[in-house]
Design a protein around this ligand. Structure first.
Ligand code: ADP
Ligand code: TRP
Length: 322
């Protein structure tokens, strides 16, 4: 089984990114051939400052390795080091009906957020399809918001196979974890950079982390009154870090009343801090050794490229370019 996923280097990572994409990917590296990459071509749709882009790529590489991506088990590379993906994207563009892209909500969402409407932004899902199809991927772990892009990828692969030959491209399956499908942000909306409601994976200081947790929106139930655990963002977040018994205990304490939300927020703060403490340590060590990170990405690119070559040769031959 081949597992593949990518993530854009578009700024600091938050715990929505972690539970939606990184943690499932890291777990899956134990179960099959894992291929993970930093989607820097995609980031060009929104990041126009070269120094920032380089910085984001490096930080993302460090963060992913710190969180447990193991280069002995997973191939890890920078998307733009495997240029074959742009060739496949063009070939796929020529089998993609306009309607496939016109129905994508992420294009409209991104324009709504102020990203300039370029051809690259519109064609983004075709490049994503190329990322996936270039590696004969079977399983793609992503957050729920990528579901539509995966559907488009499957539709493009089917179109390609209809036109050029059954079985040429492997049809991938999305892997979306339902329990953490959407991690809520501080305000209860989906946690997202663009809503400024994130808890970062590596907040600069404990104080900053605590301050953010204290901002989580709660209702105005008084300290002594019983509180409703259903629909509480605080509990939804706690569930990501605590075991079932600890969550049940917090829920029971909510119902009993007698403690204010500040108390539960402190508990959440401590569990987040402790969860990421070992990763923070590894991250500091990696940041001090940039040569190691460069070597991992260079080695990953070599392996990824060898794999990509097989598919691109097959595709070129099938369409009449080879
Ligand atoms: P953002 O919304 O902050 O810009 P991205 O769109 O760059 O995040 O998402 C990167 C990855 O993290 C994707 O796989 C996405 O599905 C996942 N992801 C982002 N936010 C969340 C969230 N709140 N809950 C679960 N997964 C998320
Ligand atoms: N579009 C994805 C996101 O914003 C990133 C991505 C690019 C990706 N190519 C991919 C994810 C291929 C999975 C597979 O998060």
């Amino acid at each position: 089984m081949r597992i593949l996923s990518g993530i854009q280097p578009s700024g600091r990572l938050h715990i929505g990114n972690y539970f939606g994409m990184m943690e499932p990917s890291i777990r899956l590296q134990e179960t099959g051939e894992a291929f993970y990459f930093i989607a820097d071509y995609h980031a060009l749709t929104s990041t126009h400052d070269p120094a920032r882009l380089r910085d984001h790529v490096r930080n993302l590489a460090i963060d992913f390795l710190a969180c447990g991506l193991d280069p002995e088990k997973a191939v890890f590379w920078r998307q733009s080091d495997v240029v074959e993906v742009t060739e496949l994207a063009w070939i796929l563009s020529c089998v993609t009906p306009m309607g496939f892209l016109e129905r994508c909500v992420s294009y409209k969402d991104k324009i709504g957020q102020g990203i300039s409407p370029s051809h690259g932004l519109f064609a983004y899902p075709v490049l994503q399809a190329a990322d996936i199809l270039l590696f004969d991927s079977n399983v793609v772990p992503v957050g729920k918001d990528q579901k539509q892009h995966l559907e488009v990828t499957r539709d493009i692969a089917r179109k390609f196979n209809d036109r050029y030959g059954e079985g040429l491209l492997v049809i991938p399956e999305p892997r979306i974890r339902e329990d953490t499908a959407t991690v809520p942000g501080l305000d209860g909306r989906k946690m997202s950079k663009s809503y400024e409601n994130t808890i970062d994976l590596f907040e600069e200081t404990e104080k900053k982390l605590r301050k953010k947790i204290m901002k989580i929106v709660t209702d105005s139930t008084g300290v002594d009154e019983p509180k409703n655990p259903e629909g509480s963002y605080l509990i939804q977040l706690y569930r990501l870090f605590a075991d079932a018994a600890a969550v049940a205990e917090m829920e029971a304490s909510f119902r009993a009343g007698g403690l204010g939300y500040g108390h539960y927020k402190q508990q959440l703060f401590e569990s987040i801090r402790d969860h990421f403490a070992p990763m923070r340590e590894r991250r500091d060590a990696l940041a001090a050794d940039p040569g190691y990170v460069d070597d991992v990405l260079a080695e990953g690119a070599k392996k990824a490229r060898a794999q990509a070559r097989q598919v691109i040769d097959r595709v070129r031959e099938a369409v009449g370019l080879g």
